[in-house]
Ligand binder design. Structure first.
Ligand code: ADP
Length: 262
């Protein structure tokens, strides 16, 4: 009888361990889902704010640009016009154009264009993207490699998703010091497709990690903080997820996880 009790206890113990592991996996999945939802809420709120602010900025901005243009044409066009004043009006126009471009970016983010999906062979498509970025990688220089041996075909908006992948590779190039490596890979399976961009760069500090997908969040001196927010938006439009894993000091890997299109 005591043998039976021992065996039963053993089984019970193993069962508990198993349950505990399952619970851990579930809790982890739940945490990830909640984070994704919060991120989506934040993005939606930012998008709404974006279109309101854009609207408020555009009218006065146009007035400024038009006035500068008239000054340039009428007051400062003559040969005797003061060179310095002419340059100043030029700056006003140039900066107004720059703000306008930013506002445009903002509005596109707030109202992203609809997807135009088609069936794309991920291998050749990624080859084209990587080839276009090879010169930037060579400038550093960092090694840029591509593994598409197990890439299949996917229903995607090739133009929009290209932009997302390009943003990831550009970030990887920015983060990786000379002599480092960047690996782009695509893997298709029964579950869908995974397109990953891994680098051996600086990685992402834990306190920075929760904010990197926020619009306008940047740690770069010349950064805009638009890239990851837009990439995430494009991936979400494909019903996918943009995942990130990072080991500070050792590098980061961003993965676009796409389901099969219904
Ligand atoms: P930007 O490139 O203009 O800063 P992004 O939205 O593309 O805007 O990126 C936001 C921030 O995320 C970056 O400033 C950087 O801190 C971090 N980041 C993105 N990709 C990487 C990467 N591969 N390695 C390290 N940090 C990264």
């Amino acid at each position: 009888a005591s043998l039976l009790a021992a065996v039963l206890l053993g089984v019970l113990g193993l069962g508990l361990v198993w349950l505990n592991t399952r619970y851990g996996t579930l809790a982890e999945a739940h945490r990830k889902a909640r984070e994704a939802l919060e991120r989506r809420d934040r993005l939606a709120a930012m998008g709404e704010l974006a279109s309101t602010v854009a609207h408020e900025i555009r009218n006065p901005l146009n007035a400024i640009a038009m006035s500068a243009q008239r000054l340039q044409r009428e007051a400062f066009a003559a040969a005797e016009a003061d060179e310095e004043h002419r340059a100043l009006v030029g700056v006003i126009r140039q900066e107004a154009d720059r703000i306008n471009a930013r506002v445009q970016q903002f509005v596109t983010f707030a109202r992203p264009p609809a997807l135009q999906p088609s069936v794309v062979s991920l291998g050749p498509w990624l080859e084209g993207i990587v080839a276009a970025l090879a010169p930037s990688a060579a400038l550093k220089p960092v090694a840029l490699s591509l593994d598409v041996a197990r890439a299949g075909q996917a229903g995607i908006d090739a133009e929009q998703l290209r932009q997302a992948v390009e943003n990831l590779v550009r970030n990887a190039i920015d983060a990786t010091p000379a002599g480092g490596r960047i690996e782009v890979a695509a893997l298709s399976s029964r579950d869908g497709h995974r397109i990953s961009v891994g680098d051996t760069g600086a990685g992402i500090a834990p306190d920075v990690l929760p904010r990197i997908f926020d619009l306008y969040f940047t740690t770069k001196r010349e950064g805009t903080g638009v890239g990851l927010a837009v990439s995430q938006q494009i991936v979400a439009a494909h019903h996918g997820r943009l995942e990130v894993e990072s080991e500070p000091g050792a590098g980061a890997t961003f993965t676009i996880v796409l389901p099969h299109m219904p």
